[in-house]
Write a protein that binds this ligand. Structure first.
Ligand code: 13P
Ligand code: SF4
Length: 428
């Protein structure tokens, strides 16, 4: 398997859940600052002043594992940050194209030339051959995909290398190769098609391309599975078990008994050869640490609290949450559903908090009440790593002729990952 650049070799972008960064407030302080949203409380959480702004300025041996931000970042309190970002962007002109995922902070989204879900952003990056620099305000796997889909001359920059994804980190190249050996021994590798969620490393995408599979996103997972079942009898779905299960059972008419969960931390995935042979969907045991926090109780509670509320959740949520929701869809779907919603309607949204907060503010003027599905904090901590100081630093460095935090996938990995991504882009 090939390696990646953009993060130190052999060192992984961290899983940050549960680890307090140096200088961060303690849990009580955080709770005080972020006690959340209910119908009575407007969506007024302000992520910016929190210590997350401090993350990435230095290395924290417990949480960052060697991911140190090179260079001199502007202070988060610098009152000129907005003006500096504007000036650097203006100086770069059409040479730079800034992409912003929907989960990014408001202060970052303000400087995005386009915003979107991971599928739209992959397409937008590919459709911009004239931009010398692509600054990706999102997470590592998204920047890798942008590098794979853009030309060799274009440079992709991730403003903070610590912006990883805990879900993508749940499937490593070694674990997936071992899984394929297990499937081979069970005599089913020849009839199994890998389908990997966009939220995976370039190595996993390359594995998928090499073995005749496709990438999918939360907007096209059903089409990807339909395609895959036209190629083989079984699907190995990586790395998000929930998106795989929800799509198979909710959208494709399979049953829970058609699915098994492969646990990379157990011998043979914790499954017998017969269980593997009987399954149609082999789900990798990975999940999103943000969407995994929504529960059936959150749905029950919000329905009691807000009579007539529509519950709309992302398909990375658990199966029982998706089953209890009124609608399910990707971030782009969620935005479109709210745009089309009638005035006076009420919505509880189960996805990342930056997006929900922005939508609540945007649609308040149209008399649409939008609340966060759960009462506990649900920012994606790694998405939040990209903040204004890092963006200013990246843009100013580019304007001065220095490419910082470049994400570059090696040629061999890129070749097969691109194959898998292009299969996705060609899906009907
Ligand atoms: P989409 O942007 O595809 O909806 O995915 C959500 C997500 O978790 C991205 O990290
Ligand atoms: Fe990864 Fe979940 Fe954050 Fe998306 S929201 S980047 S899947 S941890």
């Amino acid at each position: 398997m090939g390696g990646r650049t953009g993060r130190p070799r052999g060192k992984r972008v961290p899983r940050l859940t549960g680890t307090a960064p140096r200088g961060a407030p303690d849990a009580t302080e955080l709770q005080k600052g972020l006690v959340l949203l209910s119908a009575a409380q407007p969506l007024d959480v302000q992520p910016t002043p929190l210590a997350l702004l401090l993350l990435g300025r230095e290395a924290d041996p417990r949480s960052e594992r060697g991911v140190e931000c090179p260079g001199d970042l502007p202070a988060p309190s610098d009152p000129d940050l907005v003006a500096r970002a504007r000036a650097a962007k203006e100086k770069l002109g059409d040479r730079v194209f800034v992409l912003g995922h929907h989960y990014q902070r408001d202060e970052v989204i303000e400087f995005a030339d386009v915003t979107g879900d991971s599928f739209k952003l992959a397409r937008d990056a590919a459709a911009r051959p004239e931009a010398e620099y692509i600054v990706f305000c999102g997470v590592h796997f998204m920047a890798e995909s942008a590098d794979i889909l853009t030309s060799a001359q274009q440079r992709v920059v991730l403003p903070d290398l610590a912006a990883g994804c805990s879900m993508a980190d749940m499937a490593t190249a070694e674990q997936v190769a071992e899984c394929w050996d297990v499937l081979t021994e069970a005599g089913i590798a020849g009839t199994t098609v890998p389908v990997s969620y966009m939220n995976s490393s370039a190595d996993i995408k390359a594995f998928t391309g090499r073995h005749g599979g496709t990438i999918c996103t939360s907007s096209n997972a059903k089409r990807a599975l339909e395609w895959a079942f036209g190629q083989g009898e079984k699907v190995l779905f990586l790395p998000d078990q929930h998106l795989g299960r929800n799509t198979a059972v909710r959208d494709m008419g399979m049953t829970l008994d058609d699915c098994v969960v492969y646990n990379p931390h157990k011998p043979n995935g914790g499954l017998t050869p017969q269980q593997l042979r009987d399954a149609r969907m082999i789900l990798w045991r990975g999940h999103c640490s943000v969407h995994g926090r929504f529960s059936l109780d959150s749905v029950r509670e919000v329905r009691e609290r807000i009579p007539g509320v529509n519950v709309l959740v992302h398909p990375e949520c658990k199966h029982e949450v998706v089953g209890a929701a009124d609608q399910v869809g990707s971030t782009e779907y969620i935005i479109k559903a709210l745009e089309a919603a009638p005035a006076g309607s009420k919505w509880a949204i189960g996805t990342e908090l930056n997006l929900v907060r922005r939508l609540a503010n945007r649609f308040a003027a149209e008399d649409k009440e939008i609340v966060f599905l759960d009462r506990t904090v649900c920012f994606c901590s790694t998405m939040n790593r990209i903040d204004l100081p890092h963006l200013v630093w990246a843009l100013e460095s580019l304007a001065d002729g220095t490419v910082v935090n470049r994400i570059e996938v090696d040629a061999e990995t890129e070749k097969f990952a691109k194959l898998a991504l292009e299969r996705m882009l060609a899906l009907p």
